[in-house]
Write a protein that binds this ligand. Structure first.
Ligand code: 13P
Ligand code: SF4
Length: 310
C-alpha cells in the first residue's frame, strides 16, 4: 500500500463507489469502529446483515459472523478482511463430534450460541446471542430437554437465569477465560465505588462477583445509564472505545488477565486492520462463500432466533 494514501478517505470512497456497507463488532480496533456504517453486538449485526440494501457487506468481525451474514443475505457479496479471523469458541465445537453428541440425546432441542460454524448451525434448532439467550431458552416448552452449545460458561449462566437444566457442550472463549479474580479484587479495593461488569462468556467465579452481566450492547447501555462513574470491564477491551465515546466523563478499566502473557484482546478480532479493510474493499476479496445446502439448512436456526428477537 502506498504510504501516502489516506486510508479513511479511500475506504469512504470505495464504500460509495461499490455500494458497500461496513458492519463492525465492538471488539474491532477503534479506527475500524470509527469508519463503520454500523457497530453492534452479534444480534444487531445479524439483523443489519439481513436487512441491508447494500450490494457488498464488508464484515469487520470474525468468520462465523461473516458466515451468518452470508446465510442471511446469500445474494450479496460478503467480504472479511482476513479469512483467518476465526473464533476459539466456534472451533471448540467441531460439527462431526457434535453430531455424535446430539445422537446421544435424540429428543433434545438444540440451542447454539451464534458463535459457532455455519455447519454447526445446520445441526441446530435455534440460535441465540448473549442478548436474547434467556428469551430463546424460555421459548422452549419446559418439558423439552435442551442441548446448549458451544459455550459452557454462557450455558451455566443460562441454567441459573432460567432455572432449567441444560445439556452443555464443553466449549469456551479464550478471551473470557483469562480474567484474574485476584487482580480484579485488588482493583475493587483500589476503586471501591467501581462497578464490575462482565460478559456471560466469563467463568462463573467472575460472574458471581459482577454487579452487572450482559452482552456487549447490554454492557455499553449499562455504563452509559448507570449513576456510577468507574467501571471494571470484564470482556474484550475493544468495547472500551465505545464506552468512552458514549460516556466521556466516566472511567473504564479493562479487567486484568491472570497471566502476564495473556491479554484481554481477541487475537481473531484484531486480525482485521485498516490496511486489510482497504485492500479487501479494493479487490473485493477475501470473500466468504458457503455450500448452498449449508445456507439452506443453517439459516433456519438463525431465522427462528430473529423471529423471537424483533
Ligand atoms: P456479543 O457482542 O453478542 O455480546 O458477543 C460477544 C462475542 O464474544 C462476540 O465474539
Ligand atoms: Fe470468539 Fe471469544 Fe474472540 Fe468472541 S472474543 S470472537 S467468542 S474468541
Amino acid at each position: 500500500i502506498d504510504p501516502s494514501l489516506d486510508l479513511e478517505d479511500e475506504i469512504e470512497r470505495l464504500k460509495k463507489e461499490k455500494n458497500a456497507i461496513i458492519l463492525a463488532h465492538y471488539y474491532q480496533e477503534s479506527d475500524i469502529q470509527d469508519i463503520a456504517d454500523y457497530i453492534g453486538d452479534s444480534l444487531g449485526l445479524s439483523q443489519k446483515a439481513a436487512t441491508t440494501d447494500a450490494d457488498i457487506i464488508v464484515f469487520a468481525g470474525v468468520h462465523f459472523m461473516a458466515e451468518t451474514a452470508k446465510m442471511l443475505s446469500p445474494e450479496k457479496k460478503v467480504l472479511l478482511p482476513d479469512l483467518k479471523a476465526g473464533c476459539s469458541l466456534a472451533d471448540s465445537c467441531p460439527p462431526a463430534l457434535f453430531r455424535k453428541f446430539k445422537e446421544q440425546h435424540p429428543n433434545a432441542v438444540v440451542v447454539s450460541y451464534i458463535n459457532c460454524t455455519a455447519e454447526l448451525k445446520t445441526l441446530t434448532d435455534i440460535c441465540c446471542t448473549s442478548t436474547n439467550a434467556v428469551d430463546v431458552i424460555n421459548s422452549i416448552p419446559r418439558d423439552k430437554e435442551i442441548i446448549f452449545a458451544p459455550d459452557r460458561n454462557l450455558g451455566a449462566y443460562l441454567e441459573k437465569k432460567t432455572g432449567r437444566d441444560l445439556i452443555l457442550w464443553n466449549g469456551s472463549c479464550m478471551v473470557h477465560e483469562v480474567f484474574s479474580n485476584e487482580k480484579i479484587t485488588k482493583l475493587q479495593l483500589q476503586y471501591p465505588d467501581a462497578k464490575l461488569i462482565a460478559h456471560p462468556e466469563c467463568e462463573e467465579h467472575i460472574l458471581e462477583k459482577a454487579d452487572f452481566i450482559g452482552s456487549t450492547s447490554g454492557l455499553l447501555k449499562y455504563t452509559k445509564d448507570s449513576d456510577a462513574d468507574t467501571f471494571i470491564v470484564a470482556t474484550e477491551s475493544g468495547i472500551l472505545h465505545q464506552m468512552e465515546l458514549r460516556a466521556p466523563d466516566k472511567t473504564f478499566i479493562a479487567a486484568p488477565p491472570s497471566n502476564e502473557c495473556a491479554c484481554n484482546e481477541c487475537p481473531h478480532m484484531k486480525r482485521n486492520t485498516m490496511e486489510k479493510l482497504y485492500l479487501c474493499m479494493k479487490y473485493e476479496k477475501p470473500e466468504v462463500n458457503l455450500p448452498p445446502w449449508v445456507i439452506k439448512e443453517g439459516v433456519k436456526s438463525i431465522e427462528r432466533m430473529l423471529e423471537i428477537s424483533e
